[in-house]
Design a binder for this molecule. Structure first.
Ligand code: PXG
Ligand code: PLP
Length: 449
């Protein structure tokens, strides 16, 4: 990185002055504030973005938890370009193309157990909605039409479709949107503030899975279709699962004929040091939703992996005709499939999942070094993800946003969720860059109110 003033004036944005920023209604953004003082990114390579003023910004969040192999990888870019010139688009309703089948096969080799049937979508939200629909339809075609309830969890994030916000547990993402899906209930979240500064998985809290027995008692198992959880809750502040919790959920679901869906949109593709969290925790869910790292963020793509038995029941139930009336125009898009295959090649050849695992002790040690930094009230971590929770300032989230702004000016991209700083760097990160992240955060925390 070129030497630079750690806390310069906000970027001048001179090259953008004449642009009209109004038309783009930006997602999950305070549009008024952003457009008054835009944080503009114009280029990216490996571990860094280039801000509009030309200075480098170390990417501590892999974009939005998706650029696991680092930015602007030539191999992916070439695969995308070549595919767009070879077969730019092909319908996947009643037609196929080779790359879609190749990618589905490759994915099954990364997934545990018999999670070997792949349904393609274009984002995590679509993957989640697809998984929820498959769960409902599965019970219907197997003669359990009363199993229509879906169970999510408080502090869960499952994207922004109506299914995802219904099972999701973030009040702010739900309250503007009416009644959502009916018949949804939620498990309690697993965060325990009395366990602040726990390294890795908390050793207490497994019993929180038993709340599912309570919901079964309340609603009766015969009405419950599926439980969906993030193995590690990412968006709501990095909440690693208590030891034994996911195993317990699996046992209860199995006992009652309830499908278990892991939403691995963040935890998939090496974030926790294995291909999927299901492997790391040794728990086999019935479906896995994935997106983000699937294509290294280069082209949008999501997918649901389904255990073979579920798929087989659909085929048995429909002697002929379409067994699952569901799909997107861009399901299995050839250019996205090409991006995904090139991404998986990089993950394999550079052993990036193993690399994430190998570097995670140093990452844990470094981030927990911020324990005595100003405002810090908790630090949580697992694999290559960490949450650094700050005491709230004048109002919830305000201090988090101030930190994000100062970090950006100091050449560091972080993500904040409320007052928790979330770190999820590309898996190619070097130890010296981990040190830079921690030092910049320490400096910023010392100066913000
Ligand atoms: N499930 C999970 C577990 C996610 O983390 C989605 C579904 C939805 O994916 P799409 O591709 O539709 O956005 C996600 C997405 C953040 C942040 O900083 C997290 C996500 C997206 C944007 C920001 O917390 N996760
Ligand atoms: N709306 C209209 C009018 C459509 O014709 C379609 C698809 O054909 C959609 C929405 C759904 O779009 P997608 O398949 O890209 O999700």
């Amino acid at each position: 990185m070129p030497p630079r003033d750690r806390f310069p004036e906000a970027p001048s944005m001179s090259s953008y002055r004449n642009n009209d920023l109004d038309p783009w209604w930006m997602p999950f953004t305070d549009n008024r504030k952003f457009k008054a003082a835009p944080r503009m990114l114009v280029a990216a390579k490996d571990m860094h973005y280039t801000a509009a003023d030309g200075y480098l910004v170390l990417d501590a969040t892999a974009g939005l938890w998706c650029v696991n192999a680092g930015h602007a990888r030539a191999r992916i870019a070439q695969a995308v370009g070549e595919q767009a010139l070879t077969l730019d688009f092909a319908p996947s309703f009643q037609f196929g193309h080779p790359l879609g089948f190749t990618l589905a096969s490759r994915l099954t080799t990364l997934l545990p157990g018999d999670l070997n049937r792949i349904f393609f979508a274009n984002s995590g939200s679509e993957a989640v909605d697809s998984a929820l629909k498959i769960a409902l339809a599965y019970h219907r075609v197997t003669g359990n039409a009363a199993r229509t309830r879906l169970i999510g969890r408080e502090r869960g994030y499952h994207g922004v479709g109506f299914g995802g916000i219904s099972v999701g547990g973030i009040p702010g993402n739900r309250k503007l949107y009416g009644t959502m899906l009916g018949g949804v209930d939620h498990l309690p979240h697993t965060h325990d503030p009395s366990r602040a500064f726990t390294r890795g998985q908390p050793t207490t809290g497994m019993h929180l899975a038993d709340a599912l027995e309570g919901l079964v008692a309340l609603h009766d198992a015969s009405t419950i279709a599926a439980v969906i959880v993030e193995p590690l809750a990412g968006s709501t502040g990095v909440l690693p699962p208590p030891v034994g919790y996911l195993q317990r959920l699996r046992e209860i679901c199995t006992r009652h004929g309830i499908l278990l869906i892991f939403d691995e949109v963040i935890t998939g593709f090496g974030r926790l040091g294995t291909a999927f969290a299901a492997e790391r925790f040794g728990v086999l869910p019935d479906m896995v939703a994935m997106a983000k790292g699937l294509t290294n963020g280069v082209i949008p793509m999501g997918a649901v992996a389904v255990r073979q038995g579920l798929y087989d029941r659909f085929l048995e139930a429909s002697a002929d005709g379409i067994e699952l009336p569901h799909g997107y125009t861009y399901s299995g898009h050839p250019v996205a499939a090409a991006a995904a295959l090139a991404t998986l090649d990089i993950y394999r050849e550079e052993a990036l999942f193993e690399r994430a695992d190998a570097i995670s002790p140093a990452f844990e040690q470094a981030v927990h070094g911020l324990r005595d930094a100003r405002h810090v009230i908790d630090i949580r971590n697992l694999g290559l993800v960490a949450g650094i929770e700050l005491a709230p300032g004048t109002k919830p989230g305000a201090r988090g946003m101030t930190v994000l702004q100062h970090c950006f000016e100091a050449g560091l991209l972080v993500r904040v969720t409320g007052d928790t700083i979330a770190l999820s760097p590309p898996l190619i990160i070097e130890e010296s860059q981990i040190d830079q992240i921690v030092q910049t955060l320490r400096d910023v925390l010392a100066m913000v109110d």
